[in-house]
Design a protein around this ligand. Structure first.
Ligand SMILES: Nc1nc2c(ncn2[C@@H]2O[C@H](COP(=O)(O)OP(=O)(O)O)[C@@H](O)[C@H]2O)c(=O)[nH]1
Ligand SMILES: [Mg+2]
Length: 330
């Protein structure tokens, strides 16, 4: 009997393959189980998923018993709507950007190698938060060996450059080498015919920082030429706040997430803390985010928000839209 797997299930499976940590793998397996159509044709897959989930849960409790987790600079626990990692040459202004956009306080200094380990901060945007990860510099003769792992696991990459630097092409090459090691290809840049297999295509932007030092735009246009084509270029000034409000919006929108406000029957929706889900998420994905057992029991929902709906009843496979208000029913 055919399994008839849905596109949402296949996407979850794809993300499972990309997951680098134990916790992410577990999360994706649970999502796959919730999204799997339950019928005779999928019984084997159901059993297999349950087996793998149980195994990972056992391993997690074993390692908790074994004591404190080892510190791994190549992994930053994901928080908020999504994670962007900033990479760039020394003194490009990575730390200054994270300081300006978040409440974190990485050290900003006019000498290189101030930042030794990744440091993350949460960037507020409207009613959500986006995670930014500041990292040690990428120099042609030295790169922290764990950087490619950070790039591989993030949702997107910001290539931060100082537009006034005179070695932009060399810096761009060093950054491209990190991306290559991470097996990440910038979205929008045409894939070469000899591209290696298993490349992850990810959002990437070049951030042309210190444009306050370039009032007539000369450096910015030279910088645009120095960087690979197809990667969007955003001129900003971390220290003077130029372009930062637009950058916040771009960083959230590019994550392709939707915000859903859940409500209980007869009560007002919780408009303070939306659930942030991937675009394409269904009523059932929301149920999984609310509580994993609810995902098994949910049968329908009532939706307010998108013009078409006003408390209208939809089934559990209904695809949600940004800012929908949803009441789950089991
Ligand atoms: N003029 C100007 N200087 C900046 C800007 N952003 C950072 N800087 C300066 O550049 C130097 C390096 O900044 P930092 O954030 O530590 O760079 P990082 O090594 O990439 O983390 C510091 O002296 C900052 O004050 C900016 O937008 N404009
Ligand atoms: Mg720094």
């Amino acid at each position: 009997m055919p399994a008839n797997l849905t596109p949402q299930y296949k996407e979850a499976e794809q993300r499972f393959r990309q997951a680098t940590t134990h916790a992410e793998k577990l999360e994706m397996l649970r999502e796959m189980l919730a999204l799997l159509p339950k019928h005779k044709g999928t019984e084997k897959i159901q059993a297999d998923l349950k087996h793998r989930i149980a195994k990972l849960e056992d391993e997690a409790s074993d390692s908790r018993r074994a004591g404190a987790q080892r510190f791994d600079p190549g992994h930053v626990h994901r928080e908020g709507a999504g994670q962007w990692v900033l990479i760039g040459p020394p003194n490009a202004g990575k730390s200054a950007l994270v300081r300006a956009l978040t409440h974190a306080h990485p050290e900003v200094a006019p000498y290189p190698f101030t930042t030794r380990v990744p440091l993350s901060g949460m960037m507020p945007f409207e009613d959500v938060q986006v995670q930014l990860v500041d990292t040690p510099p990428v120099a042609p003769n030295h790169t922290e060996p764990y950087l490619p792992n950070l790039v591989h696991a993030a949702d997107g990459v910001l290539l931060v450059l100082d537009v006034t630097a005179d070695d932009l092409e060399e810096s761009a090459r060093a950054l491209a080498a990190v991306m290559e090691k991470a097996r990440v290809w910038p979205e929008g840049r045409p894939l070469p015919p000899d591209a290696p297999p298993f490349l992850l295509v990810k959002s990437a932007f070049v951030i042309g920082n210190k444009c306050d030092l370039d009032p007539d735009g000369t450096f910015v246009s030279l910088a645009r030429e120095a960087i690979p084509s197809g990667v969007p270029f955003l001129p900003v000034s971390a220290e003077h706040g130029i372009g930062l409000e637009d950058l916040r919006a771009v960083l959230f929108r590019q994550l392709d997430r939707i915000r859903i406000y859940s409500k209980e029957p007869g009560k007002k929706p919780d408009l303070e803390r939306p659930f942030v889900l991937r675009r394409g998420a269904t009523v059932q994905t929301l149920a999984l985010a609310v509580h994993k057992e609810l995902a098994e029991r949910v049968t329908y929902a009532r939706i307010w928000g998108t013009a078409r709906f006003d408390g209208q009843q939809v089934d559990k496979d209904h695809v949600l839209a940004d800012r929908d208000v949803v009441e789950l029913h089991s």
